[in-house]
Write a protein that binds this ligand. Structure first.
Ligand SMILES: O=C(O)C(=O)CO
Length: 291
């Protein structure tokens, strides 16, 4: 049953909320507190997607509700897209495509772009996706550094203590950290200024991680060279100044959106539901009580 497609979802919740034992939610909407409260018999929340910041997991667990997401199956596609977006914004591929289509090539050569190979790239949040991005970048002879709450054992990359220090040490920053209150505004005006007028930003995490008004100002004022964004503060709304900028690559939150990966995510959702319905446990519960 799809709650959002019902003519009167509130009425359904009043009449049948107590019968629902499993809720499946997208990472975008999650299960908010009001919905959680309307489902007194809920035992599991199964997210389609790796992000789960839209559900209060601590609150759910306190009520005995277990929560799962779809890790691993989307890592490669998100990392592929992050690296593609980095190359796009640094080499200005989308802008060059627009240039050719608009007939610019017959009037003047396209302006020179920034080299990718051999540059210093900072990965903000070295989880599964961050590590997959870093591994790919090694193939470009990129010097990778990272910033994460705790040191990540067994990786050959330099760890910087803060996002600011990482931005100061790098030519480009790729944001792969989890969303939610703990990372809100982590890429601040100061971080963008540390990245500098030659620096590029890629965000495949959550719009909330970047101070979007500060990013808009930095792009407009040329305080950073460019940005490639798959996520925004208020999707699907993209600030006008970004739409108007040729220095920005804009993507409609498609990092995991391949047929193969979306099928694998859907399959994992169904396997979580099945496991919960048959054995009362989830297959891929989200880690830690306070994650
Ligand atoms: O899995 C997620 O959290 C996503 O944002 C999918 O792209």
């Amino acid at each position: 049953m799809r709650l959002h497609e019902l003519p009167d979802p509130q009425r359904f919740l009043r009449d049948h909320g107590g019968e629902v034992t499993v809720a499946v939610a997208s990472a975008r909407f999650g299960v908010g507190n009001a919905l959680m409260d309307a489902l007194p018999g809920l035992g599991a929340i199964v997210h389609f997607g790796v992000g789960h910041e839209t559900t209060d997991v601590v609150r759910a667990r306190a009520r005995g509700i277990d929560v799962s997401n779809t890790p691993d199956v989307l890592t490669d596609c998100v990392a592929d897209l992050a690296v593609g977006a980095l190359i796009d914004v640094m080499r200005r591929m989308s802008a060059a495509d627009r240039y050719v289509r608009a007939g610019g090539w017959s009037t003047a050569p396209f302006p020179l772009a920034a080299r990718v190979s051999g540059k210093r790239v900072g990965v903000l949040g070295l989880g599964r996706i961050g590590r997959a991005v870093a591994r790919r970048l090694e193939g470009f002879g990129v010097e990778v550094a990272y910033c994460s709450r705790l040191p990540v054992p067994g990786v050959p990359y330099r760890r910087l203590p803060t996002a600011l220090a990482l931005a100061e040490a790098c030519d480009a920053l790729v944001v792969t950290v989890a969303g939610g209150a703990g990372t809100e505004g982590l890429v601040s005006a100061a971080v963008l200024d540390a990245l500098g007028p030659e620096g590029h930003l890629v965000n495949v995490a959550r719009g909330s991680v970047v101070d979007e008004p500060a990013l808009v100002a930095a792009v407009e004022e040329g305080r950073i060279a460019g940005a490639a964004l798959d996520v925004f503060a208020d999707e699907p709304n993209v600030p006008r100044a970004l739409l108007d900028s040729d220095r920005v690559v804009l993507l409609p939150h498609i990092a995991s959106a391949t047929r193969e990966t979306r099928e694998a995510m859907a399959d994992l959702v169904l396997r979580n539901v099945e496991r919960f319905m048959t054995e009362g446990v989830l297959l891929t519960p989200v880690p830690g009580p306070t994650h």
